[in-house]
Design a protein around this ligand. Sequence first.
Ligand code: SAM
Length: 223
Amino acid sequence: MIDMAKEEKYLNDKLLLNARKPEGKLGGELIDHMNENHEGLAKWSVSHLDISQSDIILDIGCGGGVNVRRFLEMTDEKVYGIDYSSLAVERSKDLNRESVENGRCEIIEGSVCDLPFEDGSFDIVTAFETVYFWPDFVNDLREVRRVLKDGGIFFIANEALPIERDTRQQELIELLDMNIYSKEQLEDYLQEADFRQVTCHIKQSKDSFTGDDASWICVKALK
Ligand SMILES: C[S@@+](CC[C@H](N)C(=O)[O-])C[C@H]1O[C@@H](n2cnc3c(N)ncnc32)[C@H](O)[C@@H]1O
């Protein structure tokens, strides 16, 4: 006889595994989920980011492209998205089809480790719910810094900080092999990568997947 609880957990795990790199049918379902449920974190965090009409913006780990769409409404300049998942690239392009076609938006398949942009290309680089998965954090931060203009801003928004977790939450973090950074770790790593004027905001809220208590954090750092 099938154990329904085990079956449900197995399917949930398979769905969640796609947060690291969305692929196939389940990856598509997870992108739908993220587009809807990351909205609270994105709106709250972006309220701490001053964007001007002349800013050229890159969103790394752009997933389903909702933040690219948001930025297209906030700047008159070009908005770029990059993600190493071909499905995320396809979905971001679909969501921003008109802007892609008229040249205001470009979505590229690639990794944060080796950004396909010239030095000093961007006024703002953002990373929503993605730094947990970056493979070589300080070097990846240096790569982000390279593509920023002098005085440019790097912006991180995460819905997870290290706290006492119940077994299921901890299991999901291990399953996804996520790095959950504290405020102090983010500050230290950013400084190690030569960023300056690091500022953080924290808000008590809910985890977008489990609905459990969670702390949201957004971090702004200057090149
Ligand atoms: C949890 S999703 C968040 C998506 C989107 N930013 C959002 O807030 O809804 C993480 C995204 O980061 C991407 N990602 C993870 N590691 C990456 C890397 N090394 N380079 C580029 N993208 C990466 C994944 O493919 C995935 O689309």
